[in-house]
Ligand binder design. Structure first.
Ligand code: BES
Ligand code: MN
Ligand code: ZN
Length: 515
């Protein structure tokens, strides 16, 4: 699948070597709720598309037995059309149902078809059918298609060795006659590039991707994108009283660090309080002395995906969104390992905000490092609002599967922004409750709070309730538990096989753009 993608002016595209993609909307009467299959109804090309149909091959495609106008269904028009040797009619589904997420699936279908036929170039002219319908503007359609092409182009082959035949990475040049659609394509590809930065780092194995390695990547990304990057490690962590990071990280030979990235708007922005994005960046989670059992450890290189998403989002913010407000990112990076120096169940940690924590389970480590970042965000950054992303609990996977991330946010205005960003990006969030009783559940008999109540109730909410003890009163805060959504299920839509999704990069970019 992986193919690199570039957008080129339509004039530089030689039809003789390109594939043409046009769209068709399903206008058959709504099917009655019977089990009879919908007849391949009266699908018609819109006028502008019909104008490309010099030899009637596109119309003929609509008559083929395999044709359907279902979203993302692609039917070839044998013989090509309008000087293009190969042409395809792309189903856009029913007019009213065409939203961004459907558009991304359609874009992914086109990208997959390009890869399948090894098209060196493609003219994507689906905007005619969308225009005629008006459900979604060409600019947004182009953006969705760009995201799909870009995400599918992500290269995960860095760790293939000599025993694997090198996969060809053909490149595909995209063009469209619609300037808005083209601008959208470029935007979508740029957002996907930021997401792919997160995905490639996420995919990097834990023997390579140590906290120091992530810090180095952050520095390199920051240098290129124009972000200020500071890393607190060793004595600096002690000085900053980052209790959680120090304790969670101390069993590992790969020392912990807090990575801080700062986006400052050109000109203004002085004195404005920043939006702070926080990411759990556990480069590996063995569970610590409360060791993970029964292969529960496998995949825990992905426990850094909150931080990876925040890093990718900062790239998008600096290179694409360029908001007029300051944004700070904090990546709490550590490896939760085992040794005679490991922190233990029964330890009590004292945080810089004065809250004491009885450790009951060293596998509930994410909240311990996030607590440092939350304290820091409130006190040192004077955060205007805070959003944290973390692969925090297996419980959220049980509750919501891979369809939604769990969202905890008691601030109405911030929640509205996050929900709007979720629907714009297709990275869905579902609100889970936060009640005084859950905060009560976290009370300890020896310290202020526990890091995990031995009662296995409401795990994802326990995590959020714990974190709430480290957010200053009045600071709008949203916690996103992404344990269910940070990896893809398999080979479908915008994702190939079981790979990191970069979940949150596009959501955070939309969030900052819309705030
Ligand atoms: N990193 C895990 C959560 C996780 C599980 C992420 C599955 C991705 C997939 C987290 O640190 C953890 O171990 N959570 C425990 C919490 C418990 C000890 C309170 C869990 O979910 O079991
Ligand atoms: Mn854990
Ligand atoms: Zn973890």
């Amino acid at each position: 699948m992986p193919q690199s993608v570039t957008v080129v002016p339509g004039s530089s595209l030689k039809p003789a070597e390109a594939a043409l993609f046009v769209g068709v909307v399903d206008r058959s009467p709504a099917s009655t709720p019977s089990r009879a299959p919908r007849r391949p109804g009266p699908a018609r090309l819109d006028e502008a598309t019909a104008a490309l149909d010099h030899a009637g091959t596109l119309e003929a495609a609509l008559e083929r037995s395999e044709f359907s106008a279902d979203p993302g269904k692609i039917t070839e028009a044998p013989g090509g059309a309008a000087r293009f040797p190969r042409a395809f009619v792309v189903g856009l589904g029913r007019p009213g149902a065409l939203d961004m997420e459907t558009m991304r699936l359609i874009g992914a279908a086109i990208a997959r078809k390009c890869a399948e036929i090894k098209a060196p170039a493609a003219a994507v002219e689906i905007h005619h059918a969308i225009d005629a319908d008006g459900a979604i503007e060409p600019a947004r359609a182009g953006k969705a298609v760009g995201e799909a092409f870009g995400l599918l182009a992500c290269d995960f082959d860095e760790f293939r060795g000599k025993a694997t035949a090198a996969a060809a990475r053909p490149s595909v040049r995209l063009a469209s006659s619609d300037a808005d659609f083209v601008a959208g394509l470029r935007l979508g590809l740029a957002l996907a590039e930021s997401a792919n930065i997160a995905r490639v780092i996420s995919n990097t194995p834990p023997n390579v991707a140590t906290p120091a390695w992530i810090a180095e990547r952050a520095r390199a990304i920051g240098r290129k994108a124009g972000l200020k990057v500071d890393v607190m490690a060793g004595a600096a962590l002690e000085r900053a009283a980052m209790t959680g990071l120090i304790n969670v990280g101390k069993a590992s030979e790969n020392p912990p660090c807090m990575i801080r990235l700062e986006y400052a708007p050109k000109g203004g922005g002085k004195g404005q309080r920043p939006v702070v994005l926080i990411g759990k960046t556990m480069t590996y989670d063995t569970g610590g002395l409360s060791l993970k059992v029964n292969n529960g450890m496998r995949g825990m290189k992905g426990d850094k995906d909150g931080g990876c998403a925040v890093l990718g989002a900062m790239h998008a913010i600096a290179t694409v969104v360029k908001p007029r407000r300051p944004v700070v990112a904090l990546l709490a990076a550590a490896e939760n390992s085992v040794s005679d120096e490991a922190y233990r169940p029964d330890d009590v940690l004292t945080y810089r905000n004065g809250v004491t924590v009885e450790v009951t389970n060293t596998d509930a480590e994410g909240r311990l490092v996030l607590a440092d970042a939350l304290c820091w965000a409130c006190k040192e950054e004077k955060a205007q609002s805070i959003v944290d992303l973390a692969t925090l609990t297996g419980g959220v996977v049980v509750a919501l599967g891979s369809t939604y991330a769990g969202m905890f946010c008691e601030d109405e205005a911030l929640r509205a922004h996050v929900e709007a960003a979720a629907s714009a990006s297709g990275e869905r969030v579902w609100r889970l409750p936060m009640h005084r009783e859950y905060r009560e559940m976290m009370k300890s008999t020896i310290a202020d709070i526990l890091n995990s109540n031995p009662d296995r109730k409401a795990h994802p909410i326990q995590g959020a309730a714990f974190l709430s003890y480290f957010v200053e009163e009045g600071v709008p805060w949203c916690h996103l538990d992404i344990a269910g959504v940070h990896r893809s299920e398999g080979d479908k839509g915008m994702f190939v096989r079981d790979v990191p999704t970069g979940w949150g990069v596009r959501l955070l970019a939309e969030l900052v753009a819309g705030m």
